[in-house]
Ligand binder design. Structure first.
Ligand SMILES: Cc1cc2nc3c(=O)[nH]c(=O)nc-3n(C[C@H](O)[C@H](O)[C@H](O)COP(=O)(O)OP(=O)(O)OC[C@H]3O[C@@H](n4cnc5c(N)ncnc54)[C@H](O)[C@@H]3O)c2cc1C
Length: 410
């Protein structure tokens, strides 16, 4: 039985079957075998970041997924990916989060996240750089992070101050980045820097994008940034001090790197729709099982509308978020910009996802708060996305801008 009238095309249905098979073979058994390491945060993290043992398991999953053809499925064919579009991207991520929930989190590494590995973002790396850097990125041996935000430039990302000044045939990079996901582990930073101060000041280009290995002299990770009371994090503050950049490290066109930044953030918005829908479905299914068996005052709590109506509201919202996400993925795959639809889908899906997890926690009572359930992890994951990849206010601003300009189709 399906709640969605549009079925996925055959190639995507085959991918989804493959995803499920991979999770059953490579992910769920690892979680069973290493339950303590992967679910007890005192073992999962060391020094505020993923411990070497947990990182090794992530790498095992990534490498196995690359061999099985899933890891680079959304990267363009010209760099060795499968070139699957946004619908496939959404479908696969949604299935992963739906099946893995928050507990079987190794599964979240089976497809390359747009900022951490093979994706359209690195497809425009200079030709000489492709031969040098891409093989290990495509195989999953090396990972990336995406350095756009700075302490003084978050929502207003074009206000960055990091500079790449000409130095012979290349550049020297100076500045800093903040909130950079995967930076504690990454082998390279995709970094955005001003290369033409006048154009950057006028907000007319002047920003370029580079691939910078994290072993480059002058690169440092200044601080790990823990969030939401967690013992560990994936974000850090980065510093660049006279870091030499060679011409083969340029991504895209000089001075036009902001387009690459927006390409990445757009991919992040679809990914986050999938996370919210997938985790929302995972949580709601648990809740509808639980309310049938938990009894109070002699009755299953499913008998109390005070318990079930909030869940019904979330079922409506997650269903709507699912449809909005499928719709925008199809519009974009069909060649439309659909920025308004993507902004609406991401803001709506993430807000609906946060509400769904919160309601599911409430329906479980105290057990909903336990680490074992994974619901609090799911809540924090989704709550953080109200800010990452465009805050919900910035997304509303984009919707307003488009509608004021006459793009009023809904
Ligand atoms: C978990 C996480 C991971 C992240 N990963 C990365 C990463 O990998 N790489 C990277 O580059 N960045 C990353 N970020 C940073 C993220 O992109 C920024 O946090 C985001 O763009 C918001 O910027 P800010 O935090 O500086 O908030 P600000 O821009 O200072 O905004 C503060 C508040 O004001 C609101 N606001 C600002 N301007 C307006 C306006 N014009 N109208 C209405 N409201 C407005 C915002 O919505 C927000 O509520 C990550 C953030 C988080 C939380």
């Amino acid at each position: 039985m399906s709640a969605i009238a549009m079925d996925y095309p055959e190639d995507i249905r085959a991918i989804l079957e493959g995803v499920e098979g991979f999770l059953r073979r490579e992910v769920f058994p690892r979680h069973e075998k290493h339950e303590q390491l992967l679910s007890d945060s005192s073992k999962k993290y060391a020094g505020g970041i993923l411990s070497p043992d947990a990182s090794a398991l992530v790498a095992e999953v990534r490498l196995a997924a690359a061999k099985a053809g899933f890891y680079a499925m959304c990267a363009p064919q010209e760099i060795g990916g499968a070139g699957m579009g946004l619908l496939a991207n959404f479908a696969a991520w949604e299935r992963i989060y739906h099946l893995c929930g928050a507990r079987n989190w190794l599964g979240h590494h089976m497809i390359s996240h747009w900022a951490k590995g093979p994706s359209p973002v690195i497809a425009e790396l200079a030709e000489a750089g492709k031969a040098k850097y891409l093989p290990k990125i495509m195989s999953g041996e090396h990972t990336l992070c995406f350095g756009l935000s700075e302490p003084g430039a978050g929502s207003d990302a074009a206000g960055i101050q990091t500079r790449a000044t000409p130095d012979g045939d290349g550049w020297r990079l100076n500045g800093g980045k903040i909130w950079t996901t995967n930076s504690p582990h990454a082998d390279h930073v995709v970094v955005f820097a001003i290369t033409d101060p006048e154009r950057a000041q006028a907000r007319a280009g002047g920003i370029s994008c580079f691939l910078v290995p994290t072993h480059s002299p002058g690169f440092s990770r200044d601080k790990i940034i823990k969030m939401w009371g967690s013992a560990g994090t994936d974000e850090a503050i980065l510093h660049f001090d006279e870091v030499r950049i060679e011409p083969d490290q340029l991504i895209g066109t000089l001075h036009k790197g902001f387009a690459t930044a927006m390409l990445g953030v757009g991919l992040g918005r679809i990914y986050n729709c999938a996370r919210a829908v997938g985790l929302g479905r995972w949580a709601l299914e648990m809740a509808f099982d639980y309310v049938k068996v938990r009894k109070t005052f002699g009755k299953a709590i499913a008998e109390y509308q005070g318990v079930t109506f909030p869940l019904a509201s979330s079922a409506m919202e997650i269903h709507a978020a699912h449809l909005m996400s499928l719709n925008v993925a199809r519009l974009k795959d069909g060649g439309q910009r659909a920025d308004k639809e993507l902004a609406m889908a991401k803001a709506f899906a993430v807000e609906a996802g946060v509400r769904a997890i919160d309601r599911v926690i409430q329906a479980h009572g105290a057990i909903g708060m336990t680490n074992e359930m994974g619901l609090t992890d799911a809540f924090v994951t989704l709550r953080k996305i109200n800010v990452a990849d465009g805050t919900n206010e910035i997304l509303r601003r984009l919707v307003v801008k488009e509608m004021l300009a006459g793009n009023v189709d809904l």
